[in-house]
Design a protein around this ligand. Sequence first.
Ligand code: FES
Length: 146
Amino acid sequence: MTDKLDEFVENLQQQIFDETREAFGEAGFQRWRNPLYRGPLADADSHARVTGECGDTMEIFLKFKENRVCDAAYLTDGCGSSTVCGSFAAEMAIGRTPDELTDITGDAVLEKLGNFPEEDRHCAFLAAATVQEALNLYMNNIVSEK
Ligand code: FES
């Protein structure tokens, strides 16, 4: 009985893995299994929270050193797709100057992913919009400190 249950669970897990790999592509699948850069980031210089039209919320944390992002993280209460997109958006932010951060668009996140389900593409745009909001807040802070 236990063997049968184990086998059932194993098959089910394999099926979920296969379907997710097919939907997200290899890079997205690996990131879904191991969502790097999950926050929060306690000593962030900027933190933005944006809620998408789907009702999910994305948070992005940025830490700067010498005018470049030295660390970044994301948090989301959304689905696996928003986790993958938040993780890639945070990764893409690391090492960039404020000016270079503006290149992180929804299309850029999708390009990094390779392939992604059509119905989940908005998750990439939410992640990118949250990076841009974190950048805005950071720049406003710098201006108001001057
Ligand atoms: Fe809402 Fe992905 S489904 S951000």
